[in-house]
Design a protein around this ligand. Structure first.
Ligand SMILES: [Zn+2]
Ligand SMILES: [Zn+2]
Length: 270
């Protein structure tokens, strides 16, 4: 059991340093200069993240917006009965949809190196999960709330859904499915947290049944390159891996190298 957790958490710290491009060893000096510039940008972005309170406040605002919109949408679907079969169908489709969409966002983020943009500090902080995968220990509702703060993209999606449902009559089954997918996008963060932080037999059982994220399945994301981005349950990884193959830069020889010289505090997850 303990070996499993080690497998998920232990293979990452220092990988980037160990595999980093060494000065003079690369045939392409431009690549080395480019890497040094990215490392400088990364460190500057993390400096901003740790010193400017606006970034942590922004995360809290995004958490609050996501959780409030989720609660409002649940309130909206409560009077719409779709029966047990409809509920199960909506949940099943939402479970797959949320796994896929969140996996795609993860793929995009792992390739994102725009550290000198306004969102740069948030992007840099995101990459630190590969440096130290284990989270600080927190209760699950706190994880649900705080990690929803990293889902900036979810706020406009939920707001659009709420606005659409306000102006048009959405099919109740579709409405339920989209609301569940929105909530499961935050649950995906809890699933990822449990994958790294918990050895509870229930968590291992749910992971092995692919209801939550399996430790062995997710360990491949941290040990290898450009694979297994999904983090609700990983069932859509075969499809996401095909899409990822079209972005061959991956992260091991790309964004993982950018934090190689970073020695500060390990982000907001701790
Ligand atoms: Zn990743
Ligand atoms: Zn992970």
């Amino acid at each position: 059991m303990a070996d499993l957790l080690k497998e998920v958490n232990g293979m990452c710290e220092g990988d980037a340093v160990a595999s980093g491009v060494s000065r003079g060893s690369s045939p392409d000096e431009v690549t080395v200069v480019g890497l040094e510039e990215k490392q400088r940008q990364f460190n500057a972005a993390m400096e901003l993240y740790s010193t400017r309170r606006v970034y942590k406040r922004f995360g809290l605002f995004v958490s609050f917006a996501n959780v409030s919109l989720q609660a409002w949408l649940v309130w909206c679907i409560l009077p719409l009965s779709i029966g047990i079969a409809g509920e199960l169908t909506a949940l099943l489709v939402a479970w797959i949809l949320a796994d896929f969409i969140n996996g795609l966002v993860h793929l995009y983020m792992d390739h994102n190196d725009n550290y000198d943009s306004f969102c740069g500090p948030l992007i840099a902080n995101f990459h630190l999960h590969h440096k130290l995968p284990r989270y600080g220990q927190k209760s699950l509702p706190v994880v649900y709330f705080l990690e929803s703060g990293s889902k900036v993209w979810l706020v406009p999606c939920l707001a659009l859904l709420a606005a659409t449902a306000g102006f048009f009559r959405l099919h109740p089954l579709l409405f339920h499915t989209l609301v569940y997918a929105g909530i499961l996008s935050s649950v995906a963060e809890v699933s990822h947290y449990l994958c790294h932080n918990s050895m509870s037999p229930v968590v291992v059982f749910l992971g092995n049944r692919r209801i939550l994220l399996s430790k062995r399945h997710h360990a491949i994301h941290h040990m290898h390159d450009n694979v297994n981005y999904a983090f609700l349950n990983g069932v859509t990884d075969p499809l996401i891996n095909l899409i990822a193959a079209r972005f061959p830069k991956g992260y091991k020889q790309n964004t993982d190298l950018h934090y190689a010289t970073y020695s500060g505090e390990i982000g907001s997850r701790q």
